[in-house]
Design a protein. Sequence first.
Length: 221
Amino acid sequence: MTEPWIDRFPQLAALPAEDRRLLTARAAEVSLPAGATIFAPGVAAESFLLVLDGTVRVQQVSPSSGREIVLYRVAGGETCIMTTACLLSDERYAAEGIAETEVTAVAIPKAAFEDAVARSAGFRRLVFADYAQRISDLMHVVEEIAFERLDKRLAQRLLDLAGADGAVLATHQDLAAELGSAREVVGRQLKELERRGWVGLARGRIELKEPGRLRTLARAD
């Protein structure tokens, strides 16, 4: 593989030439269709993945209830903390990664990843800086679920997901996974927003009729 992909990651592009060659020599570009399972619980990590294009949703599913919670997403120019953690600790995945869109990524085999971590100070800094940032993001998710009211979080998520037409294309289950709640609970919250006239509900679609009121709710103490 030639080196242009590495320029998508500024910290890697800034590495010395020898470190860049260390990473690119054994890297392989992979393409995955939307909906593909990239990794799953109980499976060992085989490669360090750097996403070039597309989005990967990392989520955890309760084996007892089947409830899902979205932990984070990995977009173009980013790496996956779950994969990094599994490679560094030699543990198996505890969550699953799903391609939300078509995904193009670069896969660096485990042995090459370990070699690069050992030999390149710049690569080590990148790996641990990304790891620290993602841990901070995950702590924010935990804090929101534990301490923030669901109606506030739902209002903010609807605003975040709304398209240019002011509509959200998502099911109650999709929103429940985003918020770490149960579908029935989210459904009741949506019904209350509909009763107030703030949203309109249809199958797989939520129209934001009063986005200003939703913003006020999302900012409420």
